[in-house]
Design a protein around this ligand. Structure first.
Ligand code: SAM
Length: 235
């Protein structure tokens, strides 16, 4: 499958990914709900029930996009001080319109926050898009206080041959059709599929989190071959 948006390790990836999210921002929420049959929100709720944000804590929702996680977190704990950060202004703009929560335009590769600033951080479906996810993990470790909690939801690369086949068929047959109907940017769906197939497996990601300074790293498959959850504590 040919993809024009550069994949990890390819040149000029950051600016091309940002431009792509700026373009799809107006239809992002609709696409998410349709493509996952609304299960995406259940996955986000599950992540938050593991992290258990509390009133008064500071939370960073990185790669926040339209800020669904920030919004759900704030509903769980109305006294939570949550900030959304993303490098796409168009995604953040929609998030701020929807949630009225604070947001900051920021690149996950070099976060504009002080060390140990946050009690918890979330990254949902964002890690896969980073130029180098290991650098993103190191930045998250830096801005979390010792004992701070991290929760990541992602379409990790499947390690099982069976689910790779099922998933590959869905990706190649259903996603492009849905993408064409719902989005003016079919390139975005080719990118989505290619980025899932090239990303780390959940186990590889867990090892990278340990190397970046996290302990109690735990992973779980939420939907076989599709969606995984990783939680960890800043050492
Ligand atoms: C698939 S969306 C996920 C949005 C949201 N977290 C959700 O659950 O729907 C990925 C987001 O990551 C952002 N992103 C990708 N690379 C980034 C980077 N280097 N720094 C900050 N944000 C980035 C994109 O702009 C996009 O909004």
């Amino acid at each position: 499958m040919s993809v024009n948006v550069p994949l990890p390790g390819e040149a000029h990836r950051g600016s091309a990914v940002r431009a792509m999210f700026d373009r799809i921002a107006p239809r992002y929420d609709l696409l998410n709900r349709v493509m996952t049959l609304k299960v995406d929100q259940a996955w986000r709720r599950r992540l938050l029930s593991d992290l258990a944000p509390k009133d008064g804590e500071r939370m960073l929702d990185l790669c926040a996009g339209t800020m669904d996680v920030a919004d759900l977190a704030r509903r769980r704990a109305p006294g939570l001080r949550v900030t959304g950060a993303d490098f796409s202004m168009q995604m953040l703009r929609r998030g701020v319109e929807k949630t009225a929560l604070p947001a900051s335009q920021a690149d996950a590769m070099a976060l504009p926050f002080l060390d140990a600033r946050f009690d918890l951080a979330t990254v949902t479906f964002g890690m896969r898009n980073l130029e180098r996810y290991e650098v993103g993990l190191a930045e998250l470790a830096r801005v979390l206080r010792p004992g701070g909690r991290l929760g990541v939801l992602e379409f990790f690369r499947s390690e099982s041959r069976g689910s790779r086949l099922v998933h590959g068929a869905y990706n190649r047959l259903a996603l492009p059709v849905l993408g064409r109907i719902l989005s003016p940017d079919p390139e975005a769906y080719r990118y989505l599929v290619a980025s899932m197939e090239r990303f780390a497996s959940r186990v590889e990601f867990e090892d990278a989190a340990r190397r970046a300074g996290f302990r109690e790293v735990r992973g779980e498959t939420l939907f076989p071959g599709v969606c995984g959850l990783v939680t960890a504590v800043r050492a």
